[in-house]
Ligand binder design. Structure first.
Ligand code: GLP
Length: 236
């Protein structure tokens, strides 16, 4: 594992964007696994800059996102589809038809999960998976549990996650209680994993995840078994 500590969020964002840009340059038709949350926002801004400067071409890139809230459609300003459109896709030359986010409004979420996994498998898996980490150690929305779940599945969000994400909603009651998330199978099958985290409040969970025991109670700890993980952390 490559654990890089940097001095600022800006430095984190530039480094992470450089890694993603290298992936796109090395394999223009790559499959990117993308993440939401506040941590990757700066990374996406840097990627947009590179694209606008003509240094990066997203036209042959395919993307698959980690997760979506159950009950929110893509027009809802707190949906992860909306997040991806406004923070990245609307500003680069990616073909939106080649960007996938699980549907949180499907009538049959189990079928949606199975179709999502098939889509990822049909693409040949993920070349580079970008991740953040939740305060409870979740990746995507794989919350602490008794087992690691392999497939894309529906989860009950933990109270701490609902509290952490309440800042984006008008009130905590508006935060969805469930989400659909890629499971550990697709994440662990990704050829490369890049996890970005910032803030002093992430330090303890990063220590547990990357230097503690591997346990589904700390979902990100499974990444210790992945052969190609880069973590970029800024305390500020
Ligand atoms: C959210 C997302 C995760 C994200 C995490 C951390 O709930 N589902 O994919 O990594 O929480 O978010 P942040 O970067 O805002 O701390």
């Amino acid at each position: 594992m490559n654990f890089i500590t940097v001095k600022s969020y800006d430095e984190l964002s530039v480094k992470a964007a450089n890694i993603i840009a290298s992936q796109i340059i090395m394999k223009p038709n790559c499959v990117l696994g993308l993440a939401t949350g506040s941590s990757p926002v700066g990374t996406y801004k840097e990627l947009i800059k590179k694209c606008n400067a003509g240094e990066l071409d997203f036209s042959t890139v395919t993307s698959v996102n980690l997760d979506e809230y159950v009950g929110l459609n893509g027009d809802h300003d707190q949906s992860y589809r909306y997040f991806m459109n406004t923070n990245l896709f609307n500003h680069v030359n990616i073909d939106k038809a080649k960007t996938a986010v699980p549907s949180g409004i499907s009538d049959d979420l189990a079928a949606e999960g199975a179709a999502y996994d098939k889509h990822i498998a049909d693409l040949g898996g993920i070349d580079l998976q970008l991740l953040g980490i939740g305060l409870d150690g979740h990746i995507g929305f794989n919350e602490p549990a008794d087992v690691f779940t392999k497939e894309t599945h529906v989860v009950d969000l933990h109270e701490s996650t609902i509290e952490a994400n309440a800042r984006f909603f008008e009130s905590i009651d508006d935060v969805p209680k469930k989400a659909i998330t890629m499971g550990m199978g697709a994440i662990m099958n990704a050829k490369k994993v890049l996890l970005v985290a910032n803030g002093a409040n992430k330090k303890e969970i990063l220590e547990k995840a990357f230097f503690g025991p591997i346990t589904p109670q700390v979902p990100a700890s499974i990444l210790q078994l992945h052969p190609d993980v880069t973590v970029i952390y800024s305390e500020n």
